[in-house]
Ligand binder design. Structure first.
Ligand code: ATP
Ligand code: HMH
Length: 310
């Protein structure tokens, strides 16, 4: 376990849904925190009956009981960083936002989970407005995938420029840093991206916008079906890095390397018959975050590799 200079164990809290299959949600988050040697606490906002084949059922927790769990954790253990995942309903989001605002949590990673990989809804339709208005203003980092970025921005993200406009629109909602994840198989916006000079064809590229500059994080795209829980793992790895006191850029670059290693390491074993989980037992390091992937900036139409991360 990592200990801070002031002598306390580094703590991270996930507020998310349970995945009975263990590859996504709360279970992925706690495994990721353990890989970062960060103490993990959890507030369960909902339960899913889920496996590698899909989601067979969803039940949200009573918002008052979500609040009670939050009070239990924050009133005793505390948290150096918090991550939110599947929250489900507008009422739960309101409770979570209200409690995090009172607690003054400023290292908050919001993964705006909306749909499972199999297409099952993990949020009520009318909860998106609450997510935008109540939770995003509190976020240090928000990590939508492309379909989630479309819903939050309110327009299609079907091109390189639309992706940049979406990142700017999401940034205006309050988060300090917006990460739009390009994990979804060769999403439309990659087609007109200027990748040639970067030779990142066949890479998984995420766009990072800090309100000032765009940075692009790239790793090779692993050809694997075992990508269950990649988004949860990426956001909880970012939260673990923030809990450790790393900068936003360092935490995000480390998370990118961690998810790459976790997907690659799981490629040759099977859990379940469908989209299997990633390997959360890989070891994250800050250096790996900077080296395994690549952080790039576009300067006057030319790619510039950033040796120090993003
Ligand atoms: N096949 C792959 N190879 C390498 N990296 C990948 C691959 N698939 C996803 N990633 C990376 O994993 C991270 C999570 O991205 P992804 O788009 O899969 O999230 P998500 O859609 O929110 O996931 P989930 O389905 O768990 O909600 C990103 O950094 C993305 O680039
Ligand atoms: C509980 C839960 N949270 C998030 C996701 C998205 O990956 C999922 N499939 N299940």
């Amino acid at each position: 376990m990592r200990i801070t200079a002031s002598g306390h164990v580094v703590r991270a809290l996930t507020i998310a849904g349970s995945d009975s299959g263990g590859g996504a949600g709360i279970q992925a988050d706690l495994k990721t925190f353990a890989a970062y040697e960060v103490y993990g606490a959890s507030v369960i906002a909902g339960l899913t009956a889920q496996n590698t084949l899909g989601v067979q059922g969803v039940q949200y927790v009573d918002p008052a009981f979500v609040q009670q769990q939050l009070d239990s954790v924050l009133g005793d253990i505390g948290a150096d960083a918090v991550k939110t995942g599947m929250l489900g309903s507008a009422e739960i989001i309101s409770v979570v936002a209200g409690r995090l605002a009172v607690a003054g949590v400023d290292r908050l990673v919001v993964d705006p989970v909306m749909v499972a990989k199999g297409g099952e809804a993990l949020i009520d339709g009318d909860a998106v407005a609450t997510l935008r208005q109540r939770l995003l203003p509190l976020a240090r980092v928000v990590t939508p995938n492309i379909p989630e970025a479309e819903v939050l921005a309110g327009f299609p993200v079907d091109s390189w420029s639309a992706c940049h406009r979406a990142a700017e629109a999401l940034h205006r909602l309050g988060p300090k840093v917006v990460v739009i994840k390009g994990g979804h198989s060769q999403a439309a916006w990659l087609k007109d991206a200027p990748w040639d000079s970067l030779e990142t064809q066949g890479h998984a590229v995420d766009i990072v916008y800090d309100g000032d500059r765009f940075t692009y994080l790239a790793t090779p795209r692993v050809s694997s079906r075992k990508t269950h829980g990649t988004g949860c793992t990426f956001s909880s790895a970012t939260a673990a890095g923030l809990a450790l006191g790393w900068s936003d850029a360092e935490a995000i670059a480390s998370a990118k390397a961690f998810i790459y290693a976790a997907i690659a390491s799981a490629a040759d074993w099977d859990v379940g018959a469908g989209h299997g989980p990633t390997d959360h037992s890989v070891r994250p390091t800050l250096a790996a975050g900077i080296q395994a992937g690549g952080a790039y900036r576009l300067v006057d139409g030319q790619w510039e590799r950033l040796e120090g991360g993003c």
